[in-house]
Design a protein around this ligand. Structure first.
Ligand code: BES
Ligand code: MN
Ligand code: MN
Length: 456
């Protein structure tokens, strides 16, 4: 084991250089202009898997390709399914990046590029640790199956179809995903819960064309006024979602969970500094950390309609659009939440406005069994590499594949995040701390050894 860690330490610069090559490919799944780059990126991942000693291939889908590689040492050993995503969020707004998003650069110990932490930098740690084991020991102490997809950031449905049709190929004892964060500066974490999500779009149509607001104003409903009014009713002054029945299926935190939350260090001022706000706001009766990770939300992600250019324009616009997501906690059901959201908004729609409600992807929340032996093994690996035992925390974000692994393949997922929430995920100047990339690689190398000891 020590020889592997030593090798990883002495080849850190090479690994970082390879990560930069990975980051130079603009694998933006949301934008069809980049379809060619998505293929180029999938090829890059496959080559890197082969380099690491995996038998690898590309599976085309109706959307972006899936890359799969495996190394089966011995059917008697535990089999670990590693998942990551090679697609990234669009880099916009471009003018807020200090250096271009697909020209990786190290500054102040951080590597800046779109995808640096979400998720190329994190998933690459596993390929490097596997490569080191194979190179130095000629084999791994576990069987690994590595699944890297290209549609995570767009909530693609093709991966679920792949899971449903490749159950035998993907058969494993537990999954490992590095696509979450550490708890804080120097405090590693194993994420034991994720929020679920539902997404929708509301389209309101009023008059068949924009109208002069002097000639017609006051005589018909204005769709932008209507949209603002219905959206304004979603959240109360107490920060609670006003949709009837919204909290019906919410499991309250247990006394033990309240105690665990209270034991985690949390600085309100440090948090405000991280997000760049002057005050926190949320549901009465819960702490900031609880609101962010264990309580459901309803947020408008974008709202548009009417004239948004320079100067005034006196019109009654003909349309208005809003995009909304809700984050879910156990045991809320996505369809039930969408039904309630739609009914609530519809009930506030004035006459003369046509109401359209479009539904997107969704998934339930996830919680990990805290008594699992896989979890105990992962804790040891993280502690060895980070020099500190990890805390167990819930996170506010969503990783739908974790639910799919549970529901389709019947396995649990260890969420081992090496990055930080302050790494600007989905935002300009995304980065990963170079140190986090390296210790993530070491933790991954230790992980295979620890998971090998679990009696399945
Ligand atoms: N890696 C994130 C999720 C994440 C980040 C979870 C940090 C916990 C901590 C993932 O790539 C992501 O952005 N997920 C989306 C899911 C959506 C597109 C269905 C999200 O949470 O918005
Ligand atoms: Mn991610
Ligand atoms: Mn993401």
């Amino acid at each position: 084991m020590q020889n592997i860690l030593d090798h990883l330490k002495s080849s850190q610069d090479t690994a970082l250089g390879e990560l930069c090559d990975f980051l130079r490919i603009p694998s933006i799944s949301a934008d069809s202009k980049y379809a060619g780059d998505m293929h180029r990126c999938a090829d890059w991942v496959m080559a890197s898997m082969k380099d690491a000693g995996l038998k690898a291939q590309i599976f085309p889908t109706k959307g972006h390709p899936i890359v799969y590689g495996e190394r089966i040492q011995d059917p008697k050993l535990p089999t670990i399914l590693v998942y990551g995503h090679y697609d990234v969020q669009p880099p916009d707004p471009l003018d807020l990046w200090t250096t271009p998003p697909f020209e990786p650069q190290v500054r102040d110990g951080k590597l800046f590029a779109r995808g640096a932490t979400d998720d190329k930098g994190q998933l690459f740690t596993h390929l490097k640790s596997i490569a080191a084991w194979v190179k130095l020991n000629g084999q791994l102490p576990v069987n690994v199956k590595v699944l890297i997809e290209g549609e995570e950031e767009v909530g693609g449905v093709n991966l679920d179809h792949f899971l449903e049709t490749h159950g035998d190929l993907l058969k494993a004892d537990v999954a490992v995903v590095s696509d979450t964060s550490q708890y804080g500066d120097g405090i590693p974490a194993i994420t034991c819960g994720l929020r679920g999500i539902v997404a929708a779009e509301i389209r309101l149509k009023g008059p068949s064309k924009d109208l002069h607001s002097g000639i017609y104003g006051g005589s018909i409903a204005n769709p932008v006024n209507a949209l603002a009014k219905m959206c304004g009713k979603l959240i109360g002054d107490d920060g609670r979602v006003q949709i009837p029945g919204f909290y019906d299926d919410v499991l309250e935190l247990s006394a033990l969970e309240h105690e665990q939350y209270a034991q985690l260090p949390f600085s309100e001022s440090h948090f405000l500094n991280e997000v760049g706000s002057s005050a926190t706001f949320g549901e009465t009766g819960y702490t900031t950390l609880q609101r962010r990770t264990a309580r459901p939300t309803c947020d408008i992600n974008g709202i548009f309609g009417g004239y948004t250019g320079e100067g005034p324009k006196t019109i009654i616009p003909s349309k208005a659009i809003a995009k909304i997501t809700c984050r879910l906690v156990p045991v809320m059901k996505p369809t039930k939440v969408l039904d309630a959201l739609e009914a609530f908004l519809r009930s506030h729609c004035p006459p003369g406005i046509e109401f359209e409600f479009k539904r997107f992807h969704g998934c339930e929340a996830f919680v990990f069994d805290p008594t699992s032996e896989w979890l105990a093994a992962a804790r040891k690996a993280v502690e060895t590499a980070f020099g500190q035992p990890p805390v167990l925390v819930r996170e506010g974000g969503s990783i739908p594949v974790v639910l799919s692994f549970k529901q389709i393949l019947g396995i649990d997922t260890l969420l081992l995040g090496w990055g930080r929430n302050s790494d600007n995920l989905h935002s300009p100047d995304e980065h990963i701390h170079v140190q986090d990339f390296h210790r993530g690689t070491l933790a991954s190398a230790c992980l295979w050894a620890e998971l090998a000891k679990v009696v399945k």
